[in-house]
Write a protein that binds this ligand. Structure first.
Ligand code: C2E
Ligand code: CA
Ligand code: CA
Length: 735
């Protein structure tokens, strides 16, 4: 068109044709490129190289159109000048509009054309062309400004779009991540009960196929899922459109439970949507913790909670193999005093060591448990008969009674054992344990370190004990209690220093019952206070008739100090009987000092204040150290008969005895040896300057009526142990 107009105005020249040819060639190249690609691509993105290319092409294109004013302004015809200005400004405007996204291209394109116009003006500067050239410059400037502005806005919005896109991608990625491998995912159920989201994750966790899981859900939704109670529960709620908040349920697959925690609610359009998480591992961890709680932390043995299932399994399996399961129940002897006097840390250590020793006897399949503070059970199917299990029990007892050396002390706790076996006592665990317990009870009764098998009459023995307690309630009213007296003798002076009052129960059916049997029963039933008050009154009343030089000793049970006002009772008795308080001695055992120390000291001090003297009985059997005992006000120390009995065979006992005797002298304490049965013992005791003695060698406990004859005989020199050892049978008969 330009070439045509130039021709019409008669201004056509060689340059304009060449230029036209160049423009046509450029246009054709462009069209060819588009044709080759097959379509006009709208590009959203460009590489840096692509941009550079665009800038270069724009510059060339701008330069091409910039040639037009150089040619056109040189014609001196207003028509061609106007046409040139119109075409160039049009191209400038159109190009600027198109190129605004690429500021460099825009700038080069516009500036190249403006430069062409300037050159055209300088070379051919006609008056009309100057005006139009200036207009063109202003237009170019305005175009550049506007183009840049639009370009900036375009870039801004493009950058923002890119940023948003990036964010969307990130979120998408995160979501995918969250749903893929995280423990949480979204789930949705259509109003008809079809799962429309999340089923894949549920199925994957349980190791089910998606189809299987959806089938379970459909059943659960319809309320027909007996095999999957957890699902039935949750989808029952979903079908009733109830909101779920952290509901935990399990899905079963081949005996394995897979656990989920779900929340969700019904949406406006009837869909049910929420989040689900896989908490199977969490549950397993919790169960692990619970399992740990089943083992005893201290000893590492099975604890009480876990014992029944473990023992149950052992019984079941052994039953199939026709094997006998034996239950050996152990109870430690003298553990409490260790715990109380040496502290809980020492107690814990003792239990740990005992546990370790017990474990040492266990082989594969045995069940070793700690079922109480100091109670243990050893269950095994390796003992074919009663003898075998008794042998094992004794071996364990021997091991348990070996000394345990702690940081500063060495302690010795023994144990007693009760045994039941499936062969003798049936398959019921509860009954087996009960029977082992009864046997243990009997074993403890018969002294430390025994192991007894359950015998059917043991049930009866327990019943008898219950009966005994009942009978004891009426014993005082029925006048069945009596006291016997055993003398304490100063061997050097050949004099009785005191008589110890010892209680007996003349039972209407069973005959004379020993205090060893009924005192514990009285302590357990609370009758001890009445019994003791009666005994002390009787003893004081009797002693009031004796020579002034002879004291009376009474035994007090530790239980009395805790449950009654011992001091008030003794004061009342003394007042009632008129006995000089100085003639009353109370005997207490070390175990008294273990609890309520301050209260006990106060009461003992109150007794001493009125003149009553206090003796420590059975000295050496407890666990109190001597320095500990020295904090208590006492006047006499009675060495336990066990030491005396062992004198001839046990050099350790001799050492202890020597030490105690010396200590007594140093502290100005009366030391008494009880349980003196032989002249050899008597001689030895005399050698260590232990002058006061009590025992069958001198006299059995005797009735009140026998006291006067006894004193007479003693005075006549006929009854001192030294000369009386051969008469033991006769004395026994008397008691
Ligand atoms: P205990 O206070 O140590 O009493 C000494 C026990 O040793 C008495 O047994 C006595 O008969 C016995 N015995 C005395 N000489 C010998 C001997 O040479 N060899 C042997 N092997 N034993 C000897 P008993 O009378 O059966 O009393 C047992 C325990 O019952 C007493 O031990 C005492 O702790 C308790 N007891 C007795 N009467 C009472 C009472 O009235 N009140 C309280 N609370 N306890 C009492
Ligand atoms: Ca005593
Ligand atoms: Ca004693």
């Amino acid at each position: 068109l330009v070439a045509a107009f130039f021709t019409i105005y008669g201004q056509a020249n060689i340059f304009i044709y060449i230029w036209t040819a160049m423009v046509l060639a450029t246009a054709c190249t462009g069209l060819f490129l588009v044709w080759r690609k097959g379509k006009l691509v709208r590009r959203e993105t460009a590489s840096a190289r692509g941009l550079n290319k665009a800038v270069r092409n724009s510059t060339l294109l701008g330069g091409l159109w910039g040639l037009l004013p150089i040619i056109g302004y040189g014609t001196d015809h207003i028509g061609t000048e106007v046409l040139t200005t119109a075409v160039v400004s049009g191209m400038m405007g159109g190009g600027a509009l198109a190129l605004h996204p690429i500021p460099g291209a825009l700038r080069n394109y516009v500036l190249a054309m403006a430069a062409g116009a300037a050159i055209g003006l300088i070379i051919n500067g006609g008056s009309g062309s100057i005006v139009m050239g200036v207009l063109l410059f202003v237009f170019a400037f305005a175009l550049l400004r506007a183009g840049f502005r639009v370009g900036e806005t375009f870039m801004g919005s493009k950058m923002a779009a890119i940023e948003i896109d990036k964010q969307a991608q990130t979120i998408g990625m995160l979501l995918r991540d969250f749903e893929d491998q995280a423990r949480d995912w979204l789930w949705e159920v259509a109003p008809d009960g079809m799962m429309i989201r999340g089923q894949q994750q549920f199925a994957k966790v349980c190791g089910l196929s998606e189809g299987e899981f959806e089938a379970f859900v459909a059943l659960a939704f319809a309320g027909r899922s007996e095999r999957q109670p957890g699902l039935a529960n949750v989808f029952g709620l979903v079908s009733r459109k109830r909101a779920l908040s952290d509901v935990e349920f399990s899905v079963m697959n081949r005996d394995m439970a897979f656990w989920f925690r779900v929340s969700g609610r019904i949406l406006d359009d009837g869909r049910f949507a929420g989040v689900a998480s896989n908490i199977t591992e969490e549950r397993l961890a919790k169960e692990q913790v619970a399992r740990l709680a089943h083992t005893d932390m201290l000893t590492g043995l099975i604890n009480r909670m876990n014992f029944a299932p473990a023992a149950g399994t052992l019984i079941e399996q052994s039953h199939k193999m026709d094997q006998t399961v034996s239950f050996i129940c152990f109870d430690l002897d003298g553990f409490k005093p260790v715990n109380d006097t040496l502290g809980h840390q020492a107690g814990d250590e003792v239990l740990r060591r005992i546990g370790k020793r017990l474990r040492g006897f266990a082989k594969d399949g045995d069940v070793v448990a700690r079922i109480g503070g100091d109670e243990f059970v050893f269950a095994t199917n390796r003992c074919a008969d009663a003898n075998a299990v008794k042998g094992l029990a004794h071996a364990i007892l021997t091991s348990l009674s070996a000394p345990i050396s702690l940081e500063t002390d060495e302690v010795r706790v023994g144990a007693s054992a009760g045994i039941s076996t499936t062969a003798r006592d049936g398959d019921d665990l509860g009954a087996l344990m009960h029977k082992a317990d009864l046997a243990l009870y009997r074993a403890k009764d018969s002294g430390r370190g025994h192991a007894l098998l359950f015998e059917p009459d043991m049930d009866q023995l327990v019943a008898e004990k219950r009966q005994l307690k009942q009978d004891l309630r009426q014993a005082l009213e029925r006048d069945e209690m009596l006291l016997v007296y055993q003398p304490l003798i100063d061997v050097q002076k050949q004099e009785v220093t005191a008589f110890e009052a010892l209680m007996r129960w003349r039972h209407p059916k069973r005959g004379i019952i020993s205090p060893v049997e009924f005192i514990p029963a009285a302590e357990e039933s609370g009758l001890i206070n009445d019994l003791s008050a009666w005994g002390i009154r009787e003893a004081c009343r009797a002693a009031a008739d004796w020579p002034e030089s002879i004291n009376v000793a009474v035994n007090l049970s530790p239980v009395q100090f805790a449950t009654a006002d011992v001091v008030a009772m003794i004061k009342a008795v003394l007042q009632e009987t008129g006995l000089n308080p100085k003639r009353l001695e109370v005997e207490i055992t070390e175990s008294l000092f273990i609890e309520n120390t301050d209260v006990v000291v106060q009461q003992l001090q109150a007794l001493k204040d009125i003149g009553v003297s206090v003796a420590i009985d059975d000295f050496g059997t407890g666990y109190s150290s001597l320095s500990y005992l020295m904090r208590f006000p006492f006047d006499k120390l009675k060495i336990d008969k066990a030491f005396i009995a062992n004198l001839s065979s046990d050099h350790v006992s001799r050492g202890i005895l020597n030490a105690i005797a010396q200590l007594g002298q140093a502290l100005d304490l009366n030391v008494v040896a009880e349980g003196v049965e032989t002249q050899e013992q008597e001689r030895y005791l005399a050698d260590v300057d232990c002058a006061e003695m009590q025992g069958f060698l001198f006299s059995q406990p005797i009735g009140l009526d026998d006291i006067a004859p006894f004193l007479l005989k003693l005075k006549a020199g006929q009854l001192a142990g030294i000369s009386q050892s051969e008469d033991k049978d006769q004395v026994s008969a008397a008691s």
